[in-house]
Ligand binder design. Structure first.
Ligand SMILES: [Zn+2]
Length: 184
């Protein structure tokens, strides 16, 4: 079985309507995938979400409203996919420099792309930590820098929920768990 943050596993059964709290009548809207420009070889569109309809027909008991859910594997507006960023963060957690980590990830993205993503993440540390603290307290960390502290917190929270899982799923799991884009 694929990990729960991959699109093939993605299921509405894990979702609730944010308006009325029901989950029985949720339907994917046809032709309502939310996409972003992709940066792959063919610039494929990245699916980053989907509009969902909370059905009030046929005694489904919903409220008839729609809402958007974000799929886990895309980072909205950033082109780089969640798995590539997760592998970069895992390499940073292993003590590599950003340059070495970016090279180890082996993606077509330029080093500046990862500098940009890490700068973006640094501006979001407070928001990320508030969400992570819902699940686990921050681990003891020797670094006084908030960036490695938050990375360690992300790893601890991810592994607490997914023991033994591959670290490349960190960012996708975060987005599925908290229904927020990792990089805003
Ligand atoms: Zn509803």
């Amino acid at each position: 079985m694929p990990p729960p943050w991959t699109p093939s596993f993605f299921t509405l059964k894990r979702q609730r309507c944010p308006h009325c709290g029901k989950f029985e009548g949720l339907n994917r809207h046809r032709h309502s995938r939310l996409t972003d420009k992709g940066f792959g070889v063919h610039c494929e569109r990245l699916v980053r979400g989907q509009r969902v309809y909370c059905s009030n027909r046929n005694r489904r008991g919903g409220c008839g409203r729609t809402f958007a859910i974000c799929l886990a594997e895309a980072l909205p507006r950033h082109g780089v996919d969640a798995a590539a960023l997760s592998r970069l963060l895992a390499a940073l957690l292993a003590g590599q420099s950003l340059k070495a980590a970016a090279e180890a990830v082996r993606t077509p993205f330029a080093l500046e792309t990862f500098y940009h993503l890490c700068a973006r993440m640094r501006r979001r540390l407070d928001a990320l930590r508030v969400l992570l603290c819902r699940d686990t307290a921050p681990p003891a960390c020797v670094s006084a820098d908030a960036f490695p502290q938050t990375l360690a917190h992300l790893r601890a929270t991810f592994l607490a929920a997914n023991p033994g899982a591959d670290m490349s799923g960190m960012c996708a799991w975060f987005q599925m768990r908290f229904q927020r884009p990792f990089l805003g």
